[in-house]
Design a protein around this ligand. Sequence first.
Ligand SMILES: Cc1cc2nc3c(=O)[nH]c(=O)nc-3n(C[C@H](O)[C@H](O)[C@H](O)COP(=O)(O)OP(=O)(O)OC[C@H]3O[C@@H](n4cnc5c(N)ncnc54)[C@H](O)[C@@H]3O)c2cc1C
Length: 399
Amino acid sequence: MSPQHPIAIVGGGPAGALAAALLADSGRHVLLFDEKLAWEKPCGGGLTHKALRQYPFLADAGRESNPVEHCELISPSGQRVRFHMQYPVAIFSRLALNGLLLERARRGGVDVRHERVTRIERASGDWQLVTPEHEYKASYLMLAAGARNPFRSQFLPPIPPGDLMVTAGYFIPGHRSLMQIQFLKGITGYIWVFPRLDHASAGIAAKMGEISAAELRRILEKWLEKNGFHFDGARFYSHILPSFRAQTFETLEVCGDGWAMIGDSAGLVDPITGEGLYYALRSAELCAGALLAGEPDRYRSLLRDEVLAELKLAARVSQRFYSGQIFGDSVLERMVSLTAQSASFRDLMSDLFAGIQGYRDLRARMYRILPSVMAEGLAGTLRWPWADSRFAADPFAES
Ligand SMILES: Cc1cc2nc3c(=O)[nH]c(=O)nc-3n(C[C@H](O)[C@H](O)[C@H](O)COP(=O)(O)OP(=O)(O)OC[C@H]3O[C@@H](n4cnc5c(N)ncnc54)[C@H](O)[C@@H]3O)c2cc1C
């Protein structure tokens, strides 16, 4: 790495903007490129308690987000349950969130460029980045260009359709305070309504190839109409979302000689929930930390041990979560009914939504609360699926 050239970061979303700020805070010269700067990127905008705890400056930006305490879950058959989330989800418009992170980077001394990078080349150990306006040299390259990362093919094979989700949604004006999640029959994904300060992001996601984009939009529109949302004139959005399979996480490369990928560029999204903001921020932090320590390749092992282990487990459980059976009913139906019937299960759901209940110790927690769930009037004849030979593979096992 030649120290006379800056570190270049392509993409000023949450991942790129945080990495840039952390590097600049430690005195590094950083060039951050974004073709749009702060923009309303298609997103729910929900930040969990885990993210707010890790990044207190986002919790302090309370006026920019809607702290939502109540969630309604709706099963595929239409059972509904509302529950209180002990730790509110802070729902940001992405215009506000990206603006806040970019401003923080700028104040820390990052050279923020409102330019689209169109070409990247390696030249005698350094990087050359080309935009319509200028050419730049850089000593290290961080790719934070999101799920549509146009430079991926220079470093890694393309993301296969089976590792992606398609999303569609509307930004619907008005203030609401209830977060809603509707699970659907035959779709690996869900409909969400995430209320922000002055509008809601209402959308739908499904595995790519499972259903056409037009059909997905039609299902969402029908649901919105049925549930009393007026979306005439509301702005439509659609985007892709990484949703990697376990084997993809196992072989994932996130850095190489003089480069690293962070956030959606690297595919760091929870394949069950679609949560990507926390992982964008955390991967930025791990990558910047490794670079500052003079050991850029350590990013690989830091990410593997902390982030990829969790995401890989989520990927393994995902299929069973969306289409498996438990206690003689679908997991989704059962989850909604248990949330309605058991306070202990509601606490578990609350912690899952806060991001403080990980997948790795979920099974142990379920065993622990089983007596309470039973005492709360359930499960006399219920058996956990991993006690049943039809579910011989324990969904939460590590290996
Ligand atoms: C519909 C939808 C709903 C979601 N809801 C949630 C949610 O509620 N909670 C959650 O945690 N996650 C959610 N996610 C995931 C979340 O949006 C992403 O994980 C997150 O935005 C990733 O951040 P990032 O910085 O890696 O990438 P991005 O936010 O995509 O940022 C990439 C940036 O790179 C810039 N860029 C790209 N190419 C170039 C180029 N050539 N030159 C210059 N700039 C470039 C873009 O302008 C963009 O600003 C959702 C995703 C979708 C699609």
